[in-house]
Design a protein around this ligand. Structure first.
Ligand code: IVH
Length: 664
């Protein structure tokens, strides 16, 4: 029997690994996400029932590693040096000439690869298992980011190889799409945006909490295979092929080139095609293929003589800042925006660039009239990189003391970089908050776009998001570009939005720092909007991921009379104020009943309950024959006694955590 389950678990793991490989490495899934989830859920359930069979390379074990206090420094097996750059064709040909001379005229070949713009990381494997990941750091020593790297789905946790121990080096990258979505989410939470996918990838791998990395959708592209710090195969090309064969993600856009001319062709070709890639590249990397020749070419103090980064010019352009205006966002933040003399950058005409805040303008030393260098990376809003020449005349920008939209007072609080309009009635804030309220993933009111919101606010039809639920057909029909059909549809969508569950409602309120995830935790912990509104700062801090700053912000929100009024009006409209803990069907604890007793080492009762319910289990108040597990902490009393009498399994918090899929 136990044998049967052990085998089933192994078969499931094999199958899941294969589908992960097809999906995350090859980008060629054979089954739907739903079908994949079914396999994963079965594995989770079996592992929850048999925690003794959980192994670290199980696909269920990607997330759940413990957060850390800080990162441990690890010395690299051999230095992870950087590359010299060639910034144009002539510089590349110089490099080639040096290689030819140093090799004394013997034939050689190059491998050309794309230079993905991320950060390099070494991944160590022993007996076929992933055991450690280390960032490049200063090249000699990096940081141990093992638990975070484990969450990268294209990084195999187990590989088939005869090698007892080996090391892979490669690049951690965030795709443009994932990057855009991450920044949107950060906007919603009032957090600063990442400037580019590279910073986002670096920031994501270096967080202390692995679950954060897990939500960031990173990729790992392998480009070196080392044993004892040295290349394993005699040819770099063979080593890339071998890595691909072992299940690593190796970039398919690579070429074995017979000479420098072929490298130039590859470089020119990708200069055109790179915009169409789902990730950013900033050039190509060219390496001498033969490892023996690499050895003879050797290294300078900081880079190999056998490889070079052959870069593309950054998509920069020079133009003049003609004006600086100020935009007002949902939370009242004033963002200075540079109005540029229109200029083409990488095939796109640009006339605006964000300046973020006053400090940034000061850092740049920018005044209106100056000539600046702007840069566009990916689909990101262009930014001003530096001032090239002072304008004459030029005039300084001053953050207005009155809001440009409503005339309300603008303040910049101590320790903050942002200036805000503090008038909660400011139409600009109102428009932004309506757009947020209606957006996808929040209240999901389809058809409520910018043009419509402008009209609703400007005509005084909507003075608060609660007014949306009072709109009538007669209100909508006179609006521009609004037919009867679309008006009826919009009203239906608004009506439907009343069914969105509490976490969505909470997100929709636009409380500072409360994004989707925090809202979910709050709803799970408190069960109703009223309980959250009534909670004090300390209780709020008992909720996972709610720190002092977030707790204070929630507390303040519900103490503000205008917000209370809004909440009451939304209640009248019939929004969901109570949380139906969706018992996750197919969760690892499905069908199991728990009783909690005593004080657990780190979880409050509410948190333990939420954890169990989120995993599909049930929590009851008293021990009976129907109880499957009693979770006991310190000073557990009569319930523990009863459990022992009835022969019910007693577990501690650590075991519970393992059962829901966290790793020890
Ligand atoms: S080889 C000593 N290959 O570019 C060899 N690097 O400017 C060093 N990079 O630090 C790395 N794609 O972060 C190599 N296919 C590729 C690469 C690549 C991106 C990055 C890597 C490295 C930097 C060097």
């Amino acid at each position: 029997m136990a044998e049967g389950i052990r085998e089933r678990i192994e078969r499931l793991r094999e199958e899941i690994r294969r589908h992960e490989y097809l999906y995350y490495v090859l980008d060629q899934p054979e089954i739907t996400d739903a079908e994949f989830d079914v396999l994963m859920e079965e594995l989770k359930r079996l592992e929850a029932e048999h925690p003794e069979l959980i192994t670290p390379d199980s696909p269920t074990q990607r997330v759940g590693g413990k957060p850390r206090e800080g990162f441990v420094k690890v010395r690299h097996s051999s230095p992870m040096l950087s590359l010299d750059n060639a910034l144009n064709e002539a510089e590349f040909l110089d490099f080639d000439r040096r290689v030819r001379q140093l090799l004394g005229g013997e034939p050689y070949r190059y491998v050309a690869e794309l230079k993905l713009d991320g950060l390099s990381m070494a991944a160590h494997y022993r007996e076929g298992l992933f055991v450690q990941a280390v960032t490049r750091g200063d090249g000699i020593e990096g940081e141990d980011v093992t638990e975070n790297a484990r969450t990268i789905r294209s990084l195999p946790l187990r590989v088939k190889s005869e090698l007892r121990a080996f090391e892979v080096r490669g690049e951690v990258v965030m795709n443009r799409r994932a990057f855009e979505q991450l920044n949107l989410e950060r906007d919603k939470q009032g957090l600063p945006r990442f400037a580019n996918p590279r910073n986002a990838a670096a920031g994501s791998i270096r967080v202390l909490e692995p679950w954060i990395t897990a939500t960031r959708r990173l990729d790992y592209w392998a480009y070196f295979l080392l044993v004892d710090g040295q290349p394993y195969y005699a040819s770099h090309w063979d080593s890339l092929e071998a890595l691909a064969g072992m299940g690593f993600k190796v970039n398919p856009h690579r070429r074995l080139c017979a000479d420098a001319e072929e490298v130039l062709e590859f470089w020119r070709e990708w200069s055109e095609r790179r915009e169409a890639l789902p990730y950013e590249i900033d050039g190509i990397v060219v390496k001498v293929d033969s490892v023996e020749q690499q050895r003879r070419l050797g290294w300078t103090a900081k880079a190999p003589r056998w490889a070079i980064a052959f870069k593309y010019a950054a998509r920069q352009a020079e133009t003049v800042v003609e004006e600086i205006s100020v935009q007002v966002g949902r939370t009242g933040v004033l963002t200075p925006v540079a109005h540029l003399r229109p200029v083409e950058v990488g095939g796109v005409t640009v006339s605006r660039a964000t300046l973020h805040n006053e400090d940034e303008i000061e850092r740049l030393g920018l005044q209106i009239g100056d000539t600046v260098i702007i840069e566009r990376s990916g689909d990101v809003i262009p930014k001003v990189v530096r001032v090239k020449a002072y304008g004459s005349p030029r005039r300084p920008f001053r953050m207005p003391s009155a809001c440009p939209v409503c005339g309300g007072k603008v303040v910049r609080e101590e320790g903050e970089v942002a200036s805000r309009c503090i008038n909660t009635n400011c139409p600009a804030r109102l428009k932004e908050s309506i757009l947020h309220f209606a957006s996808r993933g929040v209240m999901d009111i389809d058809g409520l776009g910018e043009a419509l919101v402008d009209q609703l606010v400007d005509r005084g039809l909507v003075r608060s998001v609660a007014d949306l639920y009072k709109l009538k057909l007669e209100d909508l029909l006179p609006l521009e570009r609004m037919g009867r059909k679309s008006a009826e549809k919009l009203l239906r969508n608004i009506e439907e939005s009343k069914q969105r569950p509490l976490p969505r409602v909470l997100t929709a309120l636009g409380i500072r720092y409360v994004g989707e995830r925090t809202a979910q935790f709050l709803a799970e912990a408190f069960g109703s909007l009223d309980a959250i509104a009534a909670a004090d700062v300390e209780t709020l801090q008992g909720v996972p991921e709610v720190g002092p700053r977030v707790a204070q912000s929630i507390y303040d929100f519900f103490r503000e009379p205008r917000n209370r009024e809004l909440v009451e009006r939304l209640r009248e409209a019939g929004l969901q104020f109570r949380y139906q803990a969706e018992r996750r069907r197919g969760g690892p604890l499905e069908g199991l009943t728990f009783v909690l007793t005593g004080t657990l080492p780190t979880l409050t009762r509410e948190q333990a309950r939420a954890m169990i319910e989120a995993a599909g289990g049930k929590v009851t108040g008293s021990v009976s024959k129907k109880t499957d597990y009693v979770v006991a902490g310190e000073e557990a009393g009569s319930k523990l006694q009863k459990a022992r009498e009835l022969g019910i399994k007693v577990i501690d918090e650590a075991t519970l955590r393992r059962m829901v899929g966290e790793r020890a």
